[in-house]
Design a protein around this ligand. Structure first.
Ligand code: ZN
Length: 325
């Protein structure tokens, strides 16, 4: 009896990132029951074949009813078409409908940052928020906005591209084609760029990072800067102080626009928020308009970590299914 009723409520969430694809069977409470992971194929045909194969494998083991795709790219407002995805081989592609036809099961697509926000809203750190910003800080910045308990997608379906707000006119070049974007100063990549700038300024004499990057300039990664900061290396600590400043400044601007009650930090850098959160909070509190005379959003870490994308995609499938019935 258990299995019969449980089986009817299962969906598959698939998080399609630039480097890996993760597929997972998820139950209505957000529990992950079975996970598969593989490298992201580089052509559209191979990627689609890979998605079909992952679902095929999972549906052999579980009675799943629908599939949700979390996609890092621009989707049309109806979320049927991927217009453009900088790290995926799809251009103006009807990804969900085509896949649904191939596998004979409903398929729903969602922007990956929105999928993560859906998961945090239903099962994680955003459960008690009303107007919530979910900010994933990793290689870049991904943002999901929940307004009045609903995902906000804008008028034309373009998820909030907060990472590409210009914070430094003519600043560091960004992959989006602009310069001085927020994520060029507040991300794992930014940590490395900032550390390199600090090392070049020779402001700190005694730094492990300085010795390492002299020996091997390619050794400097966001992860290495994080480890060095935890050990108190002055260059790494200064790089984090810079990130905290930019994070606080950006949060202040965002709060000026929509006055959130909750900010959830996710992503690889966000997960290590112990290294910068207090400082970022101070900058945020000082940079909002009317500082000292208004209530500020609570800032907390993700509860679902890197699983938010797949769990959210599965929830999108579940909601899509019930809306179409
Ligand atoms: Zn940009």
């Amino acid at each position: 009896m258990m299995t019969a009723s449980r089986g009817t409520d299962l969906t598959v969430g698939i998080d399609i990132g630039g480097t890996s694809v993760r597929a997972c069977v998820v139950d209505p409470a957000g529990h992950m029951l079975d996970t598969l992971r593989t490298a992201t194929p580089s052509t559209a045909g191979a990627l689609e074949h890979c998605l079909d194969r992952l679902v095929g494998e999972l549906r052999d083991r579980w009675a799943v009813r629908a599939v949700g795709l979390a996609i890092a790219g621009f989707l049309t407002p109806d979320r049927r078409t991927v217009r453009f995805a900088p790290h995926l081989p799809w251009l103006e592609a009807d990804v969900a409908a085509d896949m649904s036809e191939r596998i004979g099961m409903p398929v729903f697509a969602e922007h990956d940052a929105n999928a993560a926000a859906v998961a945090e809203l239903h099962f994680g750190a955003a459960a008690r928020g009303h107007n919530t910003l979910v900010l994933a800080i990793g290689t870049g910045i991904g943002a999901g906005l929940i307004l009045g308990g609903e995902i906000y997608r804008g008028s034309f379906g373009v998820a909030p591209e907060l990472g590409h707000l210009t914070v430094v006119p003519d600043g560091r070049p960004c992959g989006c084609g602009k310069r001085g974007c927020w994520e060029r100063y507040c991300s794992g990549t930014a940590l490395v760029d900032t550390a390199v700038e600090i090392l070049a300024s020779q402001e700190f004499g005694r730094s492990v990072l300085a010795a390492e990057s002299d020996a091997d300039p390619g050794s400097l990664t966001g992860r290495r800067v994080a480890a060095a900061a935890a050990d108190g290396d002055p260059v790494a600590v200064a790089a984090y102080a810079d990130l905290a400043r930019w994070l606080g400044l950006g949060l202040g601007m965002i709060a000026d626009v929509f006055d959130p009650d909750l900010i959830v930090l996710a992503g690889g850098v966000g997960a290590a928020s112990g290294l910068f959160l207090d400082e970022a909070r101070d900058h945020y509190a000082a940079s909002v308009t009317g500082a000292g005379h208004r209530q500020l959003a609570r800032i907390r870490g993700t509860q679902l970590g890197e699983s938010a994308g797949v769990i959210g995609a599965a929830q999108v499938a579940r909601e899509g299914l019930s809306a179409s019935q």
